[in-house]
Design a protein around this ligand. Structure first.
Ligand SMILES: Nc1nc2c(ncn2[C@@H]2O[C@H](COP(=O)(O)OP(=O)(O)OP(=O)(O)O)[C@@H](O)[C@H]2O)c(=O)[nH]1
Ligand SMILES: [Mg+2]
Length: 229
């Protein structure tokens, strides 16, 4: 839930997905990219990471980012711990979320496992995904071979009722799916996917009062400018 304190706005975004899908690496790369390349949203302070000796997240990672244009807007960004046994912890991290980025491990052998984590997210979100909480998808590790396609994942979303037909006013807010790679040397769409989720979250707040805004409202030029292409 967007928090307003001392005239500043705090928006909570969460990276969700199975163990080793790349969430912590994504946050690291996002931090470095946005800092070095001077993006519109930049880190406010160092990341907090709580991990086991194997590098797997123990509780969560957290980063605070700030919009350069709207200096009073802060993004508090979390990654969940993906190990199966941390299900309760993931639920805790989810509390008060404003936008979700689902990180799938694109390797085909993990197809079913990704769906399990999508189902878990759905159950925690209680029908609010897309309707109140914008959802963006990262098909991560696209640098590897034998990986799934956007269309395959879109069909999963359809089966899980997270995809709206064109006639539905909600179809504008169907999850945008990105092919990504989080490795710093060949990173792909890491900032773009984060920006898309933050942008949607802000639009939900400004034009939808915390819900997916009407298509008619999104037609005005100011909004189009904000949405970009
Ligand atoms: N090839 C490839 N490897 C990746 C990519 N993203 C992450 N990895 C590797 O995958 C492994 C797991 O990455 P993490 O970022 O720790 O995954 P996580 O989702 O945070 O895992 P948990 O904390 O256990 O939930 C590491 O060895 C990463 O270097 C990617 O895009 N491509
Ligand atoms: Mg992690």
């Amino acid at each position: 839930m967007v928090q307003i304190r001392d005239g500043s706005i705090y928006i909570k975004l969460v990276y969700w997905g199975m163990f080793a899908s790349g969430k912590t690496t994504i946050l690291d790369t996002l931090y470095n990219l946005s800092k070095e390349k001077k993006k519109d949203i930049v880190p406010k302070e160092n990341l907090t990471k709580i991990e086991s000796s194997s590098g797997s997240t123990l509780y969560f990672d957290k980063g605070i980012f700030q919009s350069k244009k709207q200096k009073k807007v802060y993004y508090i960004v979390y990654t969940v711990a993906g190990q199966k046994s941390y299900s309760k912890l993931r639920k805790r991290v989810y509390e008060g979320v404003d936008g979700v980025i689902f990180v799938a491990d694109s390797q085909r052998k993990y197809f079913d496992e990704n769906i399990e984590y999508l189902k878990e997210l759905k159950s925690v979100a209680q029908q609010k995904l897309i309707v109140e909480i914008p959802l963006v998808i990262m098909l991560n590790k696209q640098d590897l071979t034998n990986v799934i396609s956007k269309e395959e994942f879109r069909q999963v979303l359809e089966r899980e009722k997270l995809w709206y037909e064109e006639e539905s006013p909600l179809s504008t807010w169907n999850p945008k799916i990105f092919y990504t790679c989080a490795l710093p040397s060949k990173s792909r769409n890491i900032y773009k996917s984060f920006y898309e989720c933050s942008r949607r979250t802000v639009l939900y707040q400004i034009y939808g009062d915390g819900k997916a805004p009407d298509k008619s409202k999104t037609a005005n030029s100011l909004l189009m400018e904000l949405i970009g292409d």
